[in-house]
Write a protein that binds this ligand. Structure first.
Ligand SMILES: [Fe+2]
Length: 200
């Protein structure tokens, strides 16, 4: 829909009369402790790796209501976007399923808030970007939780604009709309929970 340059360059011109593409859903408990768990964790899987576990594949592929069949297309997209986003060839974008032994604080939150399930955690390295993309034409959503926001980091989704993430915020994102991320100078950690499709 937009090239990445046009995405950020045209953001002030996006239509103001359309339904919101993000909704604030409250805060996750103890995001500072979750940040410490993220920093301590060493089981990350790189986006280009060949050894994703079945559980990680399913939790990523099905985040916004797709089936596992979407997985191969996601891997293809990462290879294209990743090499455009990081022409140095070393795109720092990592994934994990947060298991209870490493991420007890995420699990405590999920036990109290069972509407949040099938979690995935993502680590975007310093100064990396996620080029603008969408998750397909069917109307769909997922939950995206900020654990930290490095100085200078920004996320936006068409047509609502910049998502005003502060650490701990949970946003429902309608990801059939084009969205993109620019990171600041430190690792940026987010948690995602499964959403679904919207009847049209
Ligand atoms: Fe996305």
């Amino acid at each position: 829909m937009y090239s990445d340059f046009e995405f950020w360059d045209k953001i002030d011109d996006w239509p103001k009369d359309q339904p919101p593409s993000y909704e604030f859903c409250g805060k996750i408990d103890n995001h500072e402790t979750i940040y410490e768990e993220m920093e301590k964790f060493d089981g990350w899987t790189h986006s280009f790796a060949e050894d994703f576990t079945e559980e990680l594949i399913e939790n990523i592929a099905c985040l916004s209501g797709s089936t596992r069949d979407r997985w191969e297309a996601i891997q293809e997209k990462w290879k294209i976007y990743g090499s455009d986003a990081a022409p140095h060839g070393n795109w720092q974008y990592y994934w994990a399923v947060p298991h209870k032994e490493d991420f007890p604080t995420i699990h405590e939150f999920m036990e109290k808030n069972p509407q949040y399930h099938h979690p995935v955690v993502a680590k975007l390295g310093p100064d990396e970007i996620l080029l603008s993309h969408n998750h397909g034409p069917a109307h769909q959503y997922l939950y995206n939780v900020s654990i930290n926001e490095p100085d200078g980091a920004k996320s936006a989704i068409f047509p609502s604009g910049v998502i005003p993430f502060t650490p701990g915020d949970i946003y429902k994102l309608y990801v059939h709309n084009q969205h993109a991320v620019v990171n600041g100078g430190e690792n940026r950690y987010h948690v995602m929970f499964r959403g679904g499709r919207i009847e049209q």
